[in-house]
Design a protein. Structure first.
Length: 579
């Protein structure tokens, strides 16, 4: 039985021209060989599976080749190339720093460097995962790396450049390998499939390339797995089934339900996704990616940012024309907020369902899209103006019960007073509905001024009321969002003229937190105070400290100024500062 060789090894590039997705680096190395400007040490860094070790081997083979081609590639015919291809070269040493990371290992390496090559021009040392070397090993390697013999070349490879000490970095030419583009991975997979006599759908190969996240070795490993699963034909359905990828079709259907306001089918579709075993956060990430793709499809300039196959690309273009930009931005905001809060949620499924229902209701709210607002507001004004003529005589309106003023938008222009100053039946939780009723009655300014005094719209609010209800709103976040609770309860809101509330915060982060909840906060205050003219203004006042705290006591006081809960925490637990 013939031994199977994985595609990542079988189709490993053997020349600079066959390296996938790293043309700037390979061209630089070829120019350095041609001009004989080779450094004594190279550092190849980048993500896994992007060609670092492959390029190191190609470079080692090429600089020792005795008959370079005009294209600066190894000839594969000379003695040095043949010995390298047979893994029998005495001039190329590969060291795995993960398992040889001690000072003794580096000393053995230094002793070998002193021996010149017997065949060929250079001795090349490839040290993989060099960041795994210990601090002492790095120090033992410094002198040799800085002043090696003329025949010695070092090629270091790592996935974590930040772990290498600066003295090593300063002695190397650094090459940063980038993640391989999706198109390059897909085209290379198509080449491998043709060599193996395997038929594969382009969309299926794009799914594999996306799942690999820029690593060609990962893509080839998944390709081998899929061939074992599906045989000699890779279809789109088989690929998403084997790689546990959520089909694009779910998201296209979901957007259609959003556009038609179909909340029932939206929830049923999410239930279908859950029954297939997909994680909720995986679903959120996919939905965010889908909304982002629709957004970039709205403009021909950003269309190049869409990384999908041709068939899927056309579906995106069609659906993107059905979506307004305002809707996509609002939906992205809701999806991102749900994604951020997903891990801290106790009922994760409910949090996603609430987010889906909020997106479904976006286009049902006239205030969301500026493009749709005139169309939705027009029938409201026409229906309110026509019945206004028979309703004008006061002798007919006065004897009617107060309940009738709720059923007709016209009668709300002349609401009877109650003890609270609010027309009976008016919804207390929605300031939007009151604003609509006020706007509807503004067609007749003389009648509005005469029959609708200011007390029917709002009542006088005191500073004490604002503070009480503000603290009540803040206490709702005490258990679920301690950061929001500290921000709201850290300072007092100040009631200014014209029913404007000013609230000071000490950072942009706190300002963003309150702005995200501003609508909810205003609705709560308006409902509690029955004052629908309230507005909130957030003022950022950065804390400027005169001197940097040095002692532990000063540092604690500085932290307590930012987060007052620290002092309370220290008092309740009777803690002492650690000096």
């Amino acid at each position: 039985m013939e031994n199977f060789i994985v595609s990542a090894r079988k189709y490993r590039p053997a020349t600079f021209d066959t390296v996938v997705g790293q043309q700037p680096i390979t061209q630089t190395l070829k120019n350095a060989i041609k001009s004989e400007h080779l450094a004594q040490a190279f550092l190849f860094c980048g993500p896994r599976g992007v060609g670092k070790t492959t390029c190191a081997r190609i470079l080692a083979k090429t600089i020792n080749c005795q008959n370079l081609t005009p294209n600066i590639e190894a000839c594969n015919e000379c003695e040095s190339c043949k010995s390298f291809n047979n893994s029998a070269s005495f001039n190329v040493y590969e060291l795995d720093a993960a398992s040889n990371n001690s000072v003794d290992d580096i000393r053995n390496l230094v002793d070998q460097v002193r021996i010149p090559p017997q065949v060929g021009k250079y001795k090349i040392y490839i040290i993989d995962e060099v960041h795994m070397l210990s601090q002492a090993a790095f120090n033992a390697f410094l002198k040799t790396l800085e002043e090696p013999p003329a025949y010695a070349k070092f090629i270091l490879a790592t996935t974590e450049k930040h772990k290498i000490i600066p003295t090593i970095l300063s002695r190397c030419q650094i090459f940063d390998f980038r993640r391989i583009r999706l198109e390059d991975i897909a085209s290379h997979l198509a080449y491998v499939a043709s060599k193996e006599n395997i038929t594969a759908d382009p969309d299926a190969l794009h799914i594999v390339a996306q799942k690999a996240e820029g690593g060609l070795r990962d893509a080839l490993s998944m390709f081998d797995q899929l061939v074992s699963f599906a045989g000699n034909h890779l279809s789109y359905d088989l690929v998403i089934q084997n790689l546990n990828v959520l089909d694009y079709d779910y998201y296209f259907r979901l957007i259609d339900y959003f556009l038609t306001g179909d909340a029932s089918n939206t929830l049923l579709l999410y239930d279908e996704v859950m029954e297939k075993g997909f994680d909720g956060q995986h679903f959120l990430i996919g939905l965010g990616e889908h909304l982002r793709n629709l957004l970039v499809c709205r403009d021909e300039v950003t269309l190049k940012l869409l990384e999908t196959g041709e068939n899927i690309r056309e579906r995106y273009k069609v659906q993107a024309q059905q979506c307004k930009t305002d809707f996509l931005l609002k939906a992205l905001e809701i999806n991102n907020r749900c994604d951020v809060n997903y891990k801290s949620s106790n009922n994760k499924r409910l949090s996603i369902e609430i987010a889906l229902l909020q997106i479904t209701a976006l286009l049902q709210n006239p205030g969301v899209s500026q493009e749709e607002k005139p169309q939705l507001a027009k029938p409201t004004t026409t229906t309110s103006v026509k019945p206004a003529v028979p309703a004008a005589p006061t002798t007919q309106v006065a004897p009617k019960p107060t309940q009738t003023s709720v059923t007709s938008p016209v009668s709300s222009a002349q609401p009877p007073k109650t003890a609270s100053g609010i027309p009976p039946g008016m919804p207390m939780h929605s300031s939007t509905s009151i604003k609509k009723m006020i706007d509807t009655s503004s067609d007749n300014p003389q009648e509005e001024k005469k029959n609708e005094p200011e007390s029917t719209v709002s009542r006088v609010t005191t500073q004490n009321e604002i503070e009480t209800h503000w603290n009540e709103f803040a206490s709702g976040f005490k258990q679920t969002n301690s950061s929001m609770f500290v921000t709201l309860s850290g300072r007092k809101p100040i009631l200014k003229e014209n029913d404007k509330i000013e609230f000071e915060v000490v950072s942009k982060i706190q300002e963003t937190e309150i702005r995200d909840r501003k609508t909810e906060l205003l609705d709560f205050l308006k409902q509690k105070t029955q004052n629908y003219r309230l507005s909130v203004e957030i003022i950022v006042t950065e804390i400027i400290r005169d001197a940097k705290p040095y002692t532990p006591d000063d540092k604690f006081k500085a932290m307590a100024e930012i987060n007052p809960l620290l002092s309370r925490f220290r008092q309740e637990l009777n803690l002492e500062l650690d000096f």
